[in-house]
Design a protein around this ligand. Structure first.
Ligand code: HEC
Length: 217
C-alpha cells in the first residue's frame, strides 16, 4: 500500500516535472517569455502574405501577369468573349462594347457610344489589373445588375492571359511587380499571431467545451 502510494506519487511528481519542462521549452521556442520577441510571432507561412487576404490559393495576379502568355490570351478572348466583343481599334460595339484600350480606362465609360448599364456606368474607378481580374472572375459579383451575361472565368491563368492580350492592344498601366507587398496591415498581423500562438491548445479546449455545452439547453 505504502509502496504503491510512493510509486503513484512518484509518477505524479515526474509528470509535473515533464509538464514544467515542456511549457518552458515551448515558451523558449515561441519566445513568448522574451521582451525582445520577434517582430512576427509564430512561424511564417510561405506565400500567405502575398495574397493580400485573398482566399484564392496559388500564384498572385502579379505573378500570373508576369508569366502570362499574350497569344494564349488572344485565343481565349476570341473564343470566350468574341461573340459579344470586338478587340480591334475602332471596332464596332456588339452585345458588349469594343474592348480596344480598355485597360486603365474608366469603368463603364467607353467613349465608343456604348449604352452601359448603370451597374457599370455608376461603378466608379478604373479598369486596373485587380478590377479586371475581379470582373472576369465574376461580372455579377463585381457589378451587381450588369448586363454582361457571362458567368466568369474560374482559372486565374486564363484571366491573366486575356488581360495581357487586352493590354497588348491599347496599352495600359505598368504591370505590377510580383514581389510587391502592401505596406498596410503590417501592424495588425503580429498582434493577432502573438495571442494565437501560445494559447492555441487552450483555445481549442475552450472551443470543445463550448461545443459540448451548446446542445445541452
Ligand atoms: C454574352 C455577351 C458577353 C460575353 C460573352 C462577354 N461580355 Fe464583356 N460585356 C458584355 C456587355 C453587355 C457589357 C456591358 C455591361 C454593362 O453595361 O453592364 C460588357 C462589358 C465588358 C467590359 C467593360 C468595358 C468597359 O469599357 O467598361 C469588359 C472589360 C468586358 N466586358 C470584358 C469581357 C471579356 C474579357 C470577356 C471574355 C472573357 C467578356 N467580356 C465576355 C457582354 C459580354
Amino acid at each position: 500500500m505504502d509502496d504503491r502510494f510512493n510509486t503513484a506519487a512518484g509518477w505524479v511528481l515526474f509528470s509535473g516535472i515533464v509538464a514544467l519542462g515542456l511549457s518552458s521549452l515551448s515558451a523558449k521556442y515561441f519566445m513568448a517569455d522574451k521582451h525582445h520577441a520577434p517582430h512576427e510571432m509564430g512561424y511564417p507561412v510561405e506565400g500567405a502574405a502575398d495574397e493580400g487576404g485573398d482566399a484564392n490559393k496559388g500564384p498572385s495576379l502579379a505573378e500570373l501577369l508576369a508569366s502570362g502568355d499574350v497569344a494564349k490570351g488572344e485565343k481565349a478572348a476570341k473564343a470566350r468573349c468574341g461573340t459579344c466583343h470586338t478587340f480591334d481599334q475602332g471596332g464596332a460595339n456588339g452585345t458588349g462594347p469594343n474592348l480596344y484600350g480598355t485597360v486603365g480606362e474608366d469603368i463603364g465609360h467607353g467613349k465608343r457610344g456604348f449604352a452601359f448599364s448603370s451597374a457599370l456606368a455608376d461603378h466608379g474607378g478604373k479598369w486596373s489589373y485587380e478590377n479586371l481580374d475581379a470582373w472576369l472572375t465574376s461580372p455579377k459579383a463585381f457589378a451587381a445588375g450588369t448586363k454582361m451575361s457571362f458567368a466568369g472565368l474560374s482559372k486565374g491563368e486564363d484571366r491573366a492571359n486575356i488581360i495581357l492580350y487586352l493590354r497588348s492592344l491599347g496599352g495600359g498601366p505598368e504591370l505590377p511587380t510580383p514581389e510587391a507587398k502592401p505596406a498596410e496591415g503590417d501592424e495588425a498581423a503580429p498582434a493577432d499571431a502573438a495571442s494565437d500562438a501560445p494559447a492555441g491548445e487552450d483555445a481549442k479546449a475552450a472551443e470543445a467545451a463550448a461545443a459540448e455545452a451548446a446542445p445541452a439547453k
